[in-house]
Design a protein. Structure first.
Length: 390
């Protein structure tokens, strides 16, 4: 019997129900509630029922397993206390505030452990007060492996084809460079007036040839990557080393660097050469974003399982319609840019099992946030992946 119909029937007969019958009805209701809970616990997806104030009303057994919830729930838990992954909490919170549904939304979390999830959020408005229902499914390992393999095969095919083209472009570029130098020598023998007219054209050709050569070299450098080598590293020291290396460039650009480094940052496993490349690319990106000078604030935060590095500049910012494309290969807003720097950053962070996020607005500066897992044991390291952003 549906619970609502049962309660309505009991309410109509309350004045005529004896104690024994009432005990029977209560027992029947309790059995029905226990049966429904048992059914929900058998569902292979996590189910979280929430109020619009983000209070957790119910979590089934699969939800408890996915988020390592400590049972039993202590009263009215909030979504933030239930789910340890802050970006996931922010996603669901924003959807609740906007009364927006989520359908088959794929999302990666790092806490309580790295997982790829598929989310659905919908609303039951007949309930008083109305509630939100969040379903969470962990993508199967076979499904994830298939996706990774498909992306990897496509990525390697594209890289192989592009590397071949780059080699083919490189050969005539070298030839052009040599002949331009020969022309420059011949030019010195011509009368001054003729030399001046031709010199400008040759200079333009030399500059453009050099720019094409840089693009080709950058691309080949991005495709010929050494295996990832994890070693115990002090991240703060690596960051300070990178800032010191770029100090002359920062000084010339009139950029002041503010450092707020967590003194409790532990030594953990990462590839120092690759992570330094990440720092170099992001800081150089900030320099280009502040052509008239500014401030670059760098923060590090250490948690129990994760650490975060934030790069906050006061530069020109990025338009909202361009943020989603900044990690794409060859996408750049800089005249001299190759569009590979941030793509390489994204790949390195993925190889470390981490995540990179960006927030920005035009003329309001940009913040890059890198989240890395703190791993001290050599077991369980992430396997290198090559993934193309979409």
């Amino acid at each position: 019997m549906p619970a609502q119909e049962f309660l309505q029937r009991v309410a109509r007969r309350m004045d005529r129900i004896d104690r024994k019958s009432l005990e029977g009805y209560v027992l029947e209701l309790a059995n029905e509630a226990q049966f429904l809970k048992h059914l929900l616990d058998q569902i292979p997806e996590g189910i979280v029922v929430l109020t619009f104030n983000q209070e957790v009303i119910f979590v089934n057994r699969r939800g408890i397993q996915l988020f390592n919830v400590q049972e039993p729930l202590a009263g009215k838990e909030t979504l933030e206390k239930l789910i340890p992954d802050a970006p996931l909490v922010a996603l669901v919170s924003d959807a609740l505030k906007e009364k927006r549904e989520l359908f088959q939304k794929e999302f990666e979390i790092l806490l309580p452990r790295p997982m790829s999830l598929r989310l659905n959020l919908f609303y039951e408005r007949k309930q008083k007060p109305p509630v939100a229902i969040l379903t969470v499914a962990s993508m199967t390992q076979s499904e994830m492996n298939m996706r990774e393999r498909f992306k990897l095969e496509n990525w390697e095919t594209m890289l192989g084809l592009a590397a071949g083209i780059a080699h083919e472009i490189g050969n005539p570029l070298n030839s052009l460079t040599i002949h331009l130098k020969l022309l420059a020598k011949i030019l010195q023998k011509l009368p001054a007036q003729e030399r001046k007219n031709i010199h400008n054209s040759i200079k333009i050709m030399e500059d453009e040839t050099a720019r094409l050569d840089r693009i080709v070299r950058n691309f080949l450098g991005a495709t010929r990557r050494k295996p990832v080598r994890f070693e115990l590293t002090q991240l703060n020291d690596l960051l300070l080393k990178t800032i010191s290396f770029l100090k002359p460039e920062l000084k010339k650009a009139k950029i002041r660097v503010l450092e707020e480094l967590d003194k409790h940052m532990p030594v953990f496993l990462l590839d120092p050469e690759r992570i330094q490349q990440v720092f170099l690319n992001i800081i150089k990106n900030a320099i280009h974003a502040m052509p008239h000078g500014g401030t670059l604030k760098i923060q590090t935060e250490a948690g129990e399982k994760l650490c975060a590095i934030h790069f906050m500049d006061t530069g020109v910012g990025i338009a909202s319609d361009k943020i989603s494309r900044i990690f794409d290969a060859y996408y750049t807003t800089k005249e001299e840019g190759s569009g590979l720097g941030l793509m390489i950053v994204y790949q390195i962070i993925r190889e470390h099992g981490g995540r990179i996020e960006v927030s920005s607005k035009p003329k309001g500066g940009t913040t890059f946030s890198i989240i890395l897992p703190i791993r001290k044991e050599k077991l369980g390291l992430p396997q290198p992946v090559m993934e193309q952003t979409s």
